[in-house]
Design a protein around this ligand. Structure first.
Ligand SMILES: Cc1cc2nc3c(=O)[nH]c(=O)nc-3n(C[C@H](O)[C@H](O)[C@H](O)COP(=O)(O)OP(=O)(O)OC[C@H]3O[C@@H](n4cnc5c(N)ncnc54)[C@H](O)[C@@H]3O)c2cc1C
Length: 149
């Protein structure tokens, strides 16, 4: 399924927030909305900047949420350091489930582009990941080390 990225939400379109041509909210690297001091936008409703192959993804939405919270805390003097930038987290890693036939692993960053077919086993790996992910979010399982999710 291809879902085009060329149409923003009606609520945004009707708002006076700065938008790109497609109707998504213009932000800077810190996730702050352009022209506003205390308005931030994260996830699919924001207009991402970055390489041509960038994609709106769940893991990026979560990274943007963390970055946004950190940058607000920094502004308020609660955190110390440099502002964080969501563009450092742009990348694609996706196990595309195709049902019992299997799945395909898509991986993309600045240096590498890869598609790895995973017949049969990929489908069950994706199911396992779904179960694991849900239990982690419910705080019933610990996160895997070295992976940000
Ligand atoms: C088919 C498909 C497959 C995907 N697969 C992957 C994948 O494998 N890996 C990955 O990382 N990402 C994947 N994504 C992308 C990922 O789902 C999104 O990037 C992510 O969900 C964005 O999170 P968000 O919180 O910004 O928006 P959303 O998750 O869309 O959350 C927005 C919420 O706002 C609610 N809402 C809408 N309008 C209103 C309103 N007027 N009032 C109140 N609430 C409202 C919606 O109901 C929704 O719950 C996939 C997306 C699609 C469509």
């Amino acid at each position: 399924m291809f879902i085009s990225a060329i149409d923003g939400h009606k609520v945004l379109k009707d708002s006076d927030l700065p938008k790109n041509d497609a109707g998504f909210i213009k932000i800077d690297g810190t996730t702050k909305v352009e022209g506003f001091d205390y308005v931030y936008a994260i996830g699919d409703l924001s207009a991402l900047e970055g390489p041509d192959w960038k994609a709106k993804q769940g893991h990026l939405a979560e990274a943007m949420a963390r970055i946004c919270a950190f940058n607000i805390a920094l502004k308020e003097g609660i955190e110390k350091g440099e502002p964080k930038n969501y563009k450092d987290h742009i990348g694609i890693i996706c196990l595309m489930d195709m049902g019992r036939k299997g799945a395909g692993l898509v991986y993309r960053n600045d240096k590498k582009a890869m598609f790895l077919p995973m017949p049969v086993v990929g489908h069950y790996l994706k199911k396992l990941w779904g179960m694991h992910f849900k239990l982690v979010k419910l705080k019933k399982l610990p996160k895997l080390p070295y992976i940000n999710y």
